[in-house]
Ligand binder design. Structure first.
Ligand SMILES: CC(C)(COP(=O)(O)OP(=O)(O)OC[C@H]1O[C@@H](n2cnc3c(N)ncnc32)[C@H](O)[C@@H]1OP(=O)(O)O)[C@@H](O)C(=O)NCCC(=O)NCCS
Length: 398
């Protein structure tokens, strides 16, 4: 494709939006626009298309959200709906699309990008790497031994999300990897694919103080002959052990006509610590990818332990985003870091290797084994102190 004109941009008109919709329906099983107006819900301004000689051959969507990392919230470009027309694949259009979108994110002061990959090579080329988890668990309801009713669960009307959002944000700040959900994401959580099974909500109250909530779907039995439903938890925030116990009790109270519950959590799910036994199974274990779009901003917008003092000398390899390339000195002091060019480059690594350590997904020692970079012990120890934190996990897929 060396002599052809390739460009990336916002769809110029309805025809270009429809061309993208048609490609995504062939690539990602999207329903026709007549059945589901996804461009409207996605927001046409969030779409980007790649054109070859003016013809749309692929595209994606970037949702502007936040990503919570150990108490700090940084802007993240959440990339979804990536697709290239089947007849135009493996001609580097996917790479071009990603590279151009990353440059745009940097111009818009978005220091991070995240996505769930259906395939990894194209995103790894663009500098994304595994940096957090989404684990889907399943548990037979009869295996729940908890019976605690001290915390009261009350049904909650989902037409008002004020309290739900407040509780979610409280949990997001206590962990790493939760999104600061935008309106698109909240609306998506409220919707359900099947109008027969609306999302229900309960809030946990103790002494008039809300302690958490659960958004769930009570999936009905397939037939009268096999009258067994399933509970699918779409969103679960539990801020205290007492609230967790109350939620387990609530789930267990469904056991006469439901056999299982499904929910999302961290690989070391704190909710399961309350159960007597490990009767759960893992239905899905999927890692999301992170891209450090602007290294200096991504470092400086986080806070660090106030006792952390020292200099981390990095030598960064980033072919796709050249503004991150080269030597940098990160000077940690008073709970902050200042990043300036130069230094001895004692830790020589790729931006991908850094992404998986930056979120706390891999320790620097694990990162070195996984990515094979050079670093002395002092640099590894300092990086470990800088990035240590809760296991990064995300409750939703996007
Ligand atoms: C994934 C996709 C967007 C890549 O677009 P593309 O224009 O073909 O990508 P590129 O030409 O830039 O290729 C990048 C690399 O990804 C790999 N790749 C491309 N398509 C792939 C696929 N469907 N499965 C696995 N790997 C793939 C290729 O190996 C290529 O590396 P190579 O050049 O060393 O062979 C495109 O294949 C697609 O639309 N697939 C179906 C929908 C999908 O999976 N979307 C991703 C949702 S997260």
């Amino acid at each position: 494709m060396s002599n052809v004109h390739v460009d990336v941009g916002v769809p110029r008109n309805t025809e270009e939006q429809e061309a993208l919709a048609e490609i995504l329906s062939r690539s990602l099983f999207f329903p026709p626009l007549s059945q589901h107006p996804w461009i409207e819900t996605e927001g046409a301004e969030n779409l980007r298309v790649v054109r070859v000689e003016g013809k749309v051959l692929g595209g994606l969507s970037v949702q502007d959200m936040g990503l919570w990392l150990r108490g700090d919230c940084l802007r993240v470009g959440a990339v979804r709906c990536v697709g290239v027309a089947p007849e135009a694949r493996s001609q580097k259009l996917g790479r071009t699309l990603m590279t151009e979108c990353l440059a745009e994110m940097r111009d818009r002061n978005i220091p991070l990008s995240a996505l769930y990959p259906a395939t990894q090579p194209v995103y790894r080329y663009a500098g994304y790497e595994q940096a957090g988890y989404r684990v889907v668990y399943e548990l037979p309801l009869h295996a729940i031994n908890v019976r605690e009713r001290g915390v009261v669960l009350q049904p909650h009307d989902l037409s008002d999300l004020t309290l739900i959002k407040k509780l979610y944000n409280q949990q997001a700040q206590l962990t790493s990897g939760h999104l600061d959900r935008n309106e698109w994401m909240w609306a998506r959580l409220q919707r359900t694919r099947n109008p027969q099974t609306p999302a229900l909500a309960v809030v946990a109250w103790q002494d008039g103080v809300p302690q958490g909530y659960m958004l769930y779907i009570n999936k009905p039995p397939a037939s009268l002959d096999n009258f067994v439903g399933q509970l699918i938890v779409a969103d679960w925030v539990s801020l205290t052990p007492e609230a967790t116990d109350a939620f387990w009790t609530f789930l267990s109270d469904h056991r006469s006509v439901n056999d299982k519950v499904q929910w999302c959590g961290s690989p070391n799910d704190t909710k399961m610590i309350r159960l007597a036994n490990q009767d759960n199974s893992v239905k899905a274990h999927f890692c999301w990818l992170l891209r450090i779009v602007d290294f200096k901003a991504a470092m400086e917008q986080r806070s660090y332990s106030s006792s952390l003092e020292g200099e981390l000398h990095l030598d960064m390899d980033d072919a796709c985003c050249p503004w991150n390339e080269g030597r940098w000195v990160c000077t940690f002091s008073g709970g902050k870091v200042s990043v300036s060019p130069g230094g001895s480059g004692r830790m020589k690594l790729s931006i991908r290797a850094l992404a998986s350590m930056y979120s706390g997904f891999l320790s620097p020692w694990e990162g070195r084994v996984a990515h094979g970079f050079d670093a002395d012990d002092e640099s590894l120890t300092l990086a470990a102190q800088a990035f240590a934190g809760p296991t990064p996990w995300m409750p939703e897929i996007f």
